[in-house]
Ligand binder design. Structure first.
Ligand code: SF4
Length: 114
């Protein structure tokens, strides 16, 4: 049994997930908590938010994020990849700066127009 807190909404339900019973979830106040609890133990994912270098702008870093959640096990590789990217201004919010990173179908996109 693993105890985790659901971060899907501000209520923060305390979940218990039973790995020996098909990842049965208890403690959730809604179905989203059940899905979160199962995924968190079977395949945890996170949206990555960070910055990359940018040239030709008034600020040195461009805010970026992944356009969908990335497996948690790939997060360090993702951060290393972000360190290699240099964006060129002008740039629009939503512009894809790196596609299909780490063969995950996840893209890195700008979250600010510069
Ligand atoms: S189980 Fe439902 S109500 Fe509870 S924190 Fe998760 S999303 Fe919110």
């Amino acid at each position: 049994m693993t105890n985790i807190i659901c971060i899907t909404c501000p209520k923060g339900c305390h979940l218990s997930v039973d790995e020996n019973n098909d990842y049965a979830v208890t403690g959730n106040a809604c179905p989203r908590g059940e899905a979160y609890g199962k995924n968190e133990l079977k395949n945890p994912v996170r949206v990555v938010t960070s910055t990359v270098r940018v040239e030709g702008a008034d600020i040195p870093r461009l805010p970026v994020k992944t356009d969908r959640p990335l497996p948690k096990g790939k997060m360090m590789e993702c951060m290393a990849l972000l360190d290699t990217i240099t964006a060129q201004a002008p740039i629009k919010v939503g512009t894809v700066l790196a596609a299909n990173i780490l063969d995950t179908d996840v893209n890195i996109v700008a979250t600010k127009t510069l």
